[in-house]
Design a protein. Sequence first.
Length: 517
Amino acid sequence: MGLLLHAEGNGASTSQRLVKSFAPATGELLGEIHAATRDEAHAVVERARRAQAAWGVLPIEERCERLLRLRDALVDRVEEIVEVISKECGKPRGEALTQEVTVTVDLLTYYCKNAPRILAPRDIGLHLLKHKASAVHYAPRGVVGIISPWNFPFVIPMGDAVAALVAGNAVVIKPSEVTPLTIAKAKEIWDSTGLPEDLFGVVYGFGEAGQALIESGIQKLVFTGAVDTGKRVAAACGANLVPCVMELGGKAPLIACADCDVERTARAIVFGGFVNAGQVCISVERVYAHETIHDKLLSRVRDLTKELRVGNPEGDGVDVGAIIFPKQIEIAEKHIQDAVSKGAEIVTGGKRRPDGQFFEPTVLANCNHSMTVMKQEIFGPVVPIQKVSSEEEAIRLANDSHLGLNAYVFTKDRAKGKRIAARIDAGNVVINDVLLNYAAAEAPFGGVKQSGYGRIHGEDALREMCETRQVLSSRVPEPSKDPFWFPYSGKSYRWQLRALRALFSRGPLLERLGKLL
Ligand code: NAD
């Protein structure tokens, strides 16, 4: 690629900071984009606000119909998108296709089909004010800001954007400074659809650009990123009273029960631990294996891990691609050193590769909670395994974490799986599978504890993209004066007292009605 793209084509000067995109697999400079200044970021939001004014008043069916043009364009140009994601992230093309584009297109399809029902005004029966009718209406908020990370540079911002747009908002995306070209491609495709260009704004840049977005007068923010950044972003949202969704880090435990299908569990651990080179917020980040199946599971995980082909994802037959930048390799190395110094055994892997920004898929055995690898997010291709003597112990250890995004339980007894799921502190618990919950468009996704708050996907997240407006009206002809209005009197006070006692005392209805007299 190597081209210089201008953010929003607004003539930013070359003396400004540049966002540079490098291919992690080769080190090649793929492109550079000017980082937006604060004023430029605010101008993008202002244009988005003007575009939203016309978009938000369209009937929802019309908005959905028009947004299907985006789906058509994404499907037509899917291989361009896959190529840029794969290059910019160093991930295999199949992962870019299925986990990013397919999930986005499916979410768009789901929302376009169901939004008219989900966002239809809802009548609410009032139990006390029976003479009134109440309905909740869902109105667009305005401009929704989206700040996103590098590990899924397409599906994360595009999924949030789709929900916001269907609900009648404009969006302004601040993509990660590490992977700006993926959203540049999405923007190019958006602009080709004939949909209003300013409705889909992009602000390229670093943390300051994200900060400028939060302070630009947006009506909501969806943030996805690290816990520490999330705390700063949530504070800035608080200072500006911007409602926000926080999608932060994860430390997904996988509990392998004594009665699990060992082959499926081993394959799930290897896929869930090493997909996207482990750089996934819902990766399998720690395994608790029951002692009766531990050795068999460990040896199968080791053998399957050794079969993985690591390298430049442009080549055919690569399972595990590159690590996004050197610091992420150093984090993995530190965890491994700490674990080994405390008695962990490297079963396979354990080293960076000499031929580029790659790390050998690593399995650690004999792990315990004194090790950072079991407690802190790794975000790399390292799977630590701890032997446990009971499911109780596994549940206790799974909950011994400041994070709570995904969790996994493997057992042939589904009822038991559900009982265990009910006791795990996580936003999402998956039984006998890994990662797949993110692809369930209808189901809410998000974390508890320091993994964040708020949800994306599903009905609630779509409604959350809206302001709720209650409309209260009368079901009967209104009198010229209500009994609670002015002027107050001792008589009306005493009547209200009797009414309270009649309504809220215990006992048979007739007896309570007697309190009115
Ligand atoms: P990061 O926190 O470094 O960056 C995320 C985004 O925040 C980037 O666009 C960055 O430019 C921006 N940013 C940084 N400082 C900012 C500030 N002060 N104000 C506003 N914006 C600011 O995260 P990352 O390294 O890109 O992503 C990895 C992290 O994201 C991991 O912890 C991972 O678990 C998490 N993640 C969570 C989910 C989820 O759904 N919960 C999904 C993917 C990744």
